[in-house]
Design a protein. Structure first.
Length: 313
């Protein structure tokens, strides 16, 4: 099997490690993640790497070179809900394939290679981002350990349950000496390369993500009253609030309202949100628009990747 076939096959295998049958959902510190890491650990070993796992849960495969410095490669192996199979795993699989090639020809480079399989980039489980790379960068926010997931499981406990020690996350900080660089292969989440017929694009930097909580406030406008005031479409004013939310998000993406980005909270007011199921659908639409805008523009992620919460009902 040639290396590219192997990369594709391994991405297929990782796609089978999911918490939700029929789709790919692999949150931080989950059972699906544990299964995925068993594969990745073995593949790193086969490529001649010594493998370790840090406290936050990143796998680190090291291939020693003759010099003291290290070149980093990798990507994330967690996923969003109902993810694509190449988002993250592709970068880890290609990194391992690169080391495998050096190993197969018994080649020692003048520097070491280290492949990082980050345990969390997407923040699906705890509504945060980059837990894995933050720990390596020494930028992990310890207050994040107190966050709870949707089932009330505190992050510190989830880390413990998956084999890490939350009180030692400071030790995950890179301590391997000079870093020559970091290279990540990532699938493009947009249409540009395909439209231009290009097999690959090379960038020197990527956008970070800013996440906001969108609180929709206001009141439900009863259907009977709609008839009274003669409104035909009760979703139109809510749609205007949606436009306002998108505009705010766009401004955050451009870096304009820093105070807003820092507060991570946008309040969208409408006096006539629909109630019950209709509202849930509307909230889902808002969530979708934020998601698709994020993907389409390949820029900054605008918002929490969940439908906004409905307050005040
Ligand atoms: Zn990704």
């Amino acid at each position: 099997m040639n290396p590219s076939q192997q990369v594709m096959e391994r991405c297929d295998l990782l796609a089978s490690c999911s918490d939700e049958p029929g789709s790919i959902t692999r949150p931080f510190a989950s059972d699906a993640m544990r299964r995925a890491q068993q594969y990745v650990r073995e593949w790193m070993r086969q490529a001649g790497m010594t493998v370790s796992r840090d406290n936050i849960g990143n796998l680190r495969g090291r291939y020693e070179g003759s010099g003291a410095a290290t070149f980093l490669l990798g990507s994330h192996i967690d996923s969003v809900r109902d993810a694509g199979k190449y988002d993250g795993p592709l970068g880890v699989m290609i990194a391992i394939a690169a080391v495998q090639r050096a190993h197969d020809s018994s080649k020692r480079l003048p520097f070491s290679l280290e492949v990082l399989a980050f345990a969390d980039e997407e923040g699906l489980r705890y509504g945060s981002t980059y837990l894995g790379s933050r720990a390596v960068a020494g930028a992990f926010d310890l207050s994040d350990l107190e966050r709870s997931d949707a089932d009330g499981v505190v992050m510190a406990d989830a880390i413990r349950a998956s084999g890490g020690d939350p009180s030692n996350i400071g030790e995950d900080r890179w301590s391997g000496g000079d870093v020559l660089g970091y290279l990540e292969v990532h699938i493009e989440q947009g249409p540009v390369l395909e439209a231009r017929g290009l097999p690959v694009g090379v960038v020197s930097a990527i956008a970070g993500q800013s996440r906001m909580e969108i609180a929709l406030t206001g009141e439900h406008f009863p259907a009977a009253r709609l008839a009274e005031v003669g409104l035909v479409n009760r979703l139109v004013p809510a749609g205007q609030a949606l436009s306002a939310a998108m505009e705010l998000a766009g401004r955050v993406a451009l870096g304009a309202p820093l105070a807003l980005a820092a507060s991570k909270r946008v309040i969208v007011e409408s006096a006539d949100w629909p109630s019950g199921e209709a509202f849930a659908r509307q909230a889902e639409v808002i969530g979708q628009i934020f998601r698709s805008k994020d993907a389409r523009e390949g820029a900054v992620a605008f918002a929490e990747k969940r439908p906004p919460r409905w307050r005040g009902q």
